[in-house]
Design a protein around this ligand. Sequence first.
Ligand code: ADP
Ligand code: MG
Length: 442
Amino acid sequence: MRSAQEIWEAALGELQLQINKPNYQTWLQGTRGIAYQDGQFIISVPNAFVAEYLDKNQRSLIKKTLIGLVHSSNIKVQFQTGSEHPVPTTENTHHQDPSVRDLPAFNPKYTFDSFVVGGSNRMAYAAALGVAQNPGHSYNPLFIYGGAGLGKTHLLQAIGHTARSNSIRALYVSGEHFTNDFVDAVRQQRTNEFRSKYRDIDMLMIDDIQFISGKEHTAESFFHTFNELHNGNRQIVITSDRPPKSMPLLEDRLRSRFEWGLTVDVKPPDLKTRRDILKAKSEQAGAGILPDVLDIIAQQVRENIRELEGGLNRIIAYARLLQTEVTPEIATRALADIGGRTLPSGHITPDALLDAVSECFQITPELISSRRRDKQVALARQVAMYLLKQQDGYSLAEIGNLLGGRNPSTVSHACEKVAEDIKASPLLRHRVMDIQKSLRPR
Ligand code: ADP
Ligand code: MG
């Protein structure tokens, strides 16, 4: 069987023929196939900006290409950021204790060292560290809850790293995975296998347990797993997006089990913590970003650390794309996408604009930036150029870059042409007005 990277290289060869060169270079060069398992194909991409772009614009093409190569009718494509060092697989874990070698690996980025501690997460951090260093004997279970992107998964995997380095058989699964595993086991009459997978371990970590609430049989199975592990002093760590008492569909007996140990929350980070996190991430990325720029992100993204990271990556990628320095101005512009379609100033992002144009003309955004010259595609492209030009702050060269590497004179010509055509054609006028309307803040 071919490795994920070999399959991905073949896919890139095909994609190169279907995507224009500037787009290919911007978005696909430097990507790697890192895993293909259980119908899931994981592609490593350099940053969150690229992940988001590919996810939005090229997912179906990539999926189709991969399906053609692996001769399977179904593949789930996932873009993963920052894995220049791919998640270790069983191949490079040979140095580990044999008893933990066959367990799935943790994300190497999610360690205690890389976790920035602040007022919003200090308790959770301390509890997680306690459990990692002294499993089964401090708090059992440890229940961590909080909103999306606040570091729950990070803490869970950090516990896993530490535990495993002490030869503790720690297993991490999502609530969703646990559910699917259980349902499959029942369907295929492999419940013994299921039992031993979840009970012959020293530590069980279930991420996003809210997923099983309301799923009666899965919750029941988890209840028994919980009891057995707990009775044997095996550590259990659970995360959820809400505290146990707010899980209405959870059986009381399970809820009360959760409250046996320690329940801690992670809150949205305060400004200082947001600054600290950004500083740490920018250093990790080897990008010397000015404190002023970090401050813009810290002020604008408040609720979610994943988005904080995303904001930083986006700014770095954006500046690279436009081949300029990372200035506060570039940062403000790059961040517009996070807040939705518009900046406070009413400035519209290129992505949002391309989406709106492609919606109106019923073609895909990648066609707009492609080399195709059919009438409809060419018109959509010219309209996109015209609308971008109307936004202050984009030079002809930038617009050309954003639309698949056109030169400034082509852009200038297109803008003049659309301005003329709008006068002559009510249909075109209405189309342009519709697009503008759809871009206004709601
Ligand atoms: P959750 O599971 O709560 O939705 P994650 O653990 O997936 O959130 O965190 C989202 C992203 O933010 C991850 O990339 C994680 O590494 C990062 N992150 C969260 N909290 C911190 C922190 N305190 N220090 C450093 N990075 C963090
Ligand atoms: Mg999570």
